[in-house]
Design a protein around this ligand. Structure first.
Ligand SMILES: Cc1cc2nc3c(=O)[nH]c(=O)nc-3n(C[C@H](O)[C@H](O)[C@H](O)COP(=O)(O)OP(=O)(O)OC[C@H]3O[C@@H](n4cnc5c(N)ncnc54)[C@H](O)[C@@H]3O)c2cc1C
Length: 399
């Protein structure tokens, strides 16, 4: 059993947020003793986490850049009658790479003698209850005392129950292909398939000359993925690419709520990041920008100021969080399923790259927000209906 107060920080949850935070702490507070507790048998799950490079602040580059697995100078979006190349650098962190880097950090910590050696201890297969801001209880009923608990339990955390929401469901398949993959850059949205089933698209990440991830995504009222439909669109793209044989090397699936109810107030016991604390982009489903921001915030704040600074930053972001949810409400409650793609087509048609970058980074301004919804909207998106949607839908009960 770990002796009381052996750790300065106890991170509960070894997914995207928990692992990024461990790296930020090792970089900014190399003297800190950190415990990272994960309930499943390994860290990081099975994901490919992509992001725009402009999501990541310069101050985070030192610890963040070594985690990046793939980078591209830009990407393309394709719609029925148009396409656009967006020249914002795009990148990906894989679960494998983040897990290996985090375990390396822990290994260095165990072996490290001198100042500056990371002091990270990882415990897997350890479901954990947060008892107080400085105490956690593990599944075997042992308790660990630390100076500060950080809740990174994802959807198991206080913000996990999102109230009213639509869903993004995914089926991703990674292939090793016999020939050279015909595209060097990602296609982040290929919306050319018939949209009768609701907004759906294929996402394509060339991970190397003979490696590709093809991921089917559907935005829907229900949290279920139509896997037969996904498989047929993926197979169609493989055939079109003309690369000969393709060997399936990995599959990832998942479902992300896209909340449209107002954010409930969470009375978490300790500061919460990632999905557990509402540090995700409700409208895009990307967690990376806010997970990196949370990691920087916690690692740079003096330990006695962490809770206050996290609360202040969340309050500062309140309008943006509300706007992202409003966009989801617009998408799921006001637009017919088969017309949803038009919102994305318009987004990419009218917005310059700087606004796109700020939107994805969750740093958009009031003018950016206005530009996203006002202009020549698609049929049925009259501003008066926008406004009414704020008041007519039920609000979630605060937890
Ligand atoms: C298929 C798919 C594709 C995605 N693609 C992207 C993308 O390209 N870019 C992007 O930014 N986002 C993407 N997302 C979203 C992103 O994966 C999540 O929003 C992100 O993982 C949230 O990070 P988190 O650390 O809060 O939660 P998670 O990554 O879910 O981690 C939470 C961790 O806490 C652990 N845990 C829970 N309860 C306990 C407990 N009691 N004790 C100990 N451990 C516990 C869980 O086992 C888990 O490992 C995608 C999601 C899916 C499903």
């Amino acid at each position: 059993m770990t002796p009381a107060s052996e750790f300065d920080y106890c991170i509960v949850g070894g997914g995207l947020q928990g692992c990024l935070l461990a790296h930020a702490l090792a970089w900014h507070r190399p003297e800190a003793r950190v415990l990272l507790v994960e309930r499943s048998d390994e860290l990081c799950g099975n994901h490919t986490w992509s992001f725009h490079e402009t999501d990541v602040a310069e101050s985070a580059r030192g610890w963040f850049d070594p985690l990046v697995a793939h980078r591209w100078p830009g990407y393309t979006v394709k719609f029925p009658a148009s396409s656009r190349r967006v020249g914002i650098p795009y990148a990906t962190i894989t679960s494998d790479r983040l897990r290996a880097a985090t375990l390396r950090l822990a290994g260095e910590g165990l072996a490290g003698e001198g100042p500056g050696a990371a002091r990270l201890v990882v415990r897997t297969n350890a479901a954990c209850e947060i008892v107080s801001p400085s105490l956690v209880r593990l599944g075997d009923a042992s308790e660990v005392c630390c100076r500060m608990v950080l809740d990174c339990r994802g959807r198991g955390g206080p913000a996990g129950d999102v109230g009213g929401a639509g869903y993004q469901t995914f089926l991703g398949r990674e292939y090793a292909v016999a020939g050279r993959w015909p595209a060097a850059e990602p296609t982040v949205m290929d919306v050319r398939a018939d949209q009768a089933c609701g907004f759906e698209f294929l996402y394509e990440l060339p991970l190397g000359p003979d490696r590709v991830l093809l991921e089917y995504t559907r935005f829907h009222e229900e949290p279920t993925c139509d896997e037969a439909r996904a498989a047929s669109l993926i197979a169609k793209r493989l055939a079109e690419a003309g690369v000969g044989s393709a060997t399936l090397v990995r599959t990832e699936r998942g479902c992300l709520p896209m909340p449209y109810a107002s954010e409930a107030r969470h009375a978490g016991i300790s500061p919460a990041g990632g999905y557990a604390g509402g540090w995700f982009h409700a409208a895009t489903g990307y967690s990376m920008p806010l997970a990196v921001r949370f990691s920087e915030l916690v690692a740079r704040a003096s330990p006695d100021r962490v809770a206050a600074e996290v609360a202040a930053a969340a309050a500062n972001d309140r309008l943006r969080r509300g706007f992202a949810r409003f966009l989801n409400r617009l998408l799921f409650c006001m637009v017919r399923a088969q017309d949803r793609w038009r919102i994305f087509e318009r987004f990419y048609r009218v917005l310059p790259e700087a606004r796109i970058a700020r939107f994805y980074a969750h740093r958009f301004t009031l003018t950016d927000a206005a530009r996203i919804v006002i202009g020549r909207p698609p049929a049925g998106l009259a501003p008066i209906r926008f406004a009414r949607s704020f008041v007519s839908l039920p609000r979630p009960v605060p937890t």
